[in-house]
Design a binder for this molecule. Structure first.
Ligand SMILES: Cc1cc2nc3c(=O)[nH]c(=O)nc-3n(C[C@H](O)[C@H](O)[C@H](O)COP(=O)(O)OP(=O)(O)OC[C@H]3O[C@@H](n4cnc5c(N)ncnc54)[C@H](O)[C@@H]3O)c2cc1C
Length: 391
């Protein structure tokens, strides 16, 4: 292993988990990713192995059957998975966010009901805020839940659900009191069957959204038409807290998007370095032309800087401190650097970088997703700027 992306101060257990995942990525993800991505095929065998490794329960408490690991361990695992194939990290990421929300905001009954089966990967989580008409402006959502006895009736359309088909539990943000702004929003734990079509009465997953990259993992819409949910499925048991619960979920999710950026950038750097050593022009390896060497130096510096910032943001959350500023900075920096490192590696590959035979072509289509997901770069800058002013 090179000296890039080293993390100091890890426990023996953390080091062992990360090394196990790295070996799994090298042996089982990297060799399979190209074919699965080309076929846009769900990586079922990889997911089954991740269940065996306990990755779906990595951060779920030991009392509920998980490994009880820290956000830092989880982020380092995500970094390794993304080095192999970003889509695989997407499969665990929404699950992780929903498990986090249930752990920190659920009622004792909701925790006991869901977390043990989430730890094994039997229950798999997706989360849903975005709608066709809004993503950044969460308060503009229009999906509505109306109380009817001990049930709620939900109507509306959701958009961009990562794992929308493969999940059987969707943490869904809706409006219960449209006049009350942020306080009028509620998160429901919506159970459904995996798959497409009518997955519960009055609840439809129409189909898979076709994407430029981030393939294999399903991204879907979700249509509510008079779907009934028991009142006991309100996350935390009381209306009006949904916006804050979701924001807490995406805040830890941002550290993971940063970790994904670190993993993809690391892989792009490795590919660029390897190619630059082997490809010769004008009688010597291109790595010996200063323009290419400087490019590699810039790439490695960005890979290292993004990793250290991501680690700092994760550690801050683990220490119990507020980390919205650091998570926003880490997500912003890592996703921008990732895009730049991938582009530099693409340039190093010359014409071959444009061929679908070369892995960098896949990374080139995956990196832009990180600029958008879990809040765009502009939204991160708003969060960072407001927090700075508040201080
Ligand atoms: C592959 C994929 C998977 C996704 N998975 C999920 C998921 O699992 N669950 C989920 O809920 N959502 C998911 N999303 C949705 C994602 O979170 C949104 O796309 C994202 O938040 C941006 O929202 P938008 O697309 O509506 O863009 P808009 O909010 O319409 O923004 C458009 C542009 O305007 C800019 N902009 C908007 N407001 C401002 C402002 N105030 N100041 C400055 N600039 C601004 C934005 O930065 C952007 O450049 C996913 C998206 C993708 C592409």
């Amino acid at each position: 292993m090179s000296r890039l992306q080293q993390t100091h101060g890890l426990s023996d257990e953390q080091r062992e988990i990360v090394a196990t995942v790295r070996a799994f990525v090298d042996k089982e993800i990297l060799p399979a990713a190209a074919d699965l991505e080309r076929a846009d095929e769900y990586p079922q065998a990889i997911v089954d192995r991740m269940r065996e490794l306990g990755l779906f329960g990595l951060m779920i408490g030991t009392g509920h059957g998980g490994l009880g690991e820290s956000l830092l361990t989880y982020a380092l695992v995500v970094e390794e998975l993304s080095r192999g194939w970003m889509s695989v990290s997407g499969i665990v990421n929404t699950h992780f966010i929903v498990a986090w929300m249930i752990t920190h905001h659920g009622t004792p009954e909701q925790r006991d009901h869901y977390l043990p089966r989430m730890a094994t990967g039997e229950v798999r989580g997706a989360f849903s805020m975005s709608e066709p008409g809004c993503g950044s402006d969460v308060s503009a959502i229009r999906t509505r839940a109306v109380r009817d006895g001990d049930q709620y009736v939900i109507d509306g359309q959701k958009m961009w659900l990562t794992n929308g088909a493969s999940a059987n539990l969707v943490a869904t943000l809706v409006k219960t009191d449209p006049a009350a702004g942020h306080q009028g929003m509620t998160t429901f734990l919506v159970d459904k069957e995996p798959g497409f079509g009518e997955v519960a009465p009055g609840l439809t997953v129409p189909g898979k959204i076709s994407k430029m990259g981030y393939k294999g993992v399903d991204t879907t819409e979700l249509v509510f038409a008079g779907h009934r949910v028991p009142a006991a499925q309100v996350l935390g048991g009381a209306e009006g807290r949904g916006f804050y619960q979701m924001m807490d979920g995406v805040e830890v999710g941002r550290v993971n998007v940063a970790a994904r950026g670190c993993g993809v950038a690391r892989r792009a750097y490795e590919l660029g370095l390897d190619y630059a050593r082997r490809r010769e022009t004008f009688g010597r390896p291109i790595a010996e032309h200063q323009a290419v060497l400087f490019r590699l130096a810039e790439m490695a510096t960005k890979v290292e800087a993004a990793h250290q910032m991501m680690v700092m943001a994760a550690r801050r959350k683990d220490s119990g401190e507020r980390n919205d500023l650091e998570a926003g900075m880490a997500k912003y920096l890592a996703s921008e650097y990732c895009k730049e490192v991938v582009e530099d590696s693409f340039r190093i590959h010359g014409g071959y970088g444009y061929s679908t035979e070369y892995e960098i072509e896949r990374l080139y289509r995956e990196a832009p997703m990180l600029l958008i997901g879990e809040g765009t770069a502009d939204i991160q800058k708003m969060i960072i700027g407001r927090r700075l002013l508040a201080e």
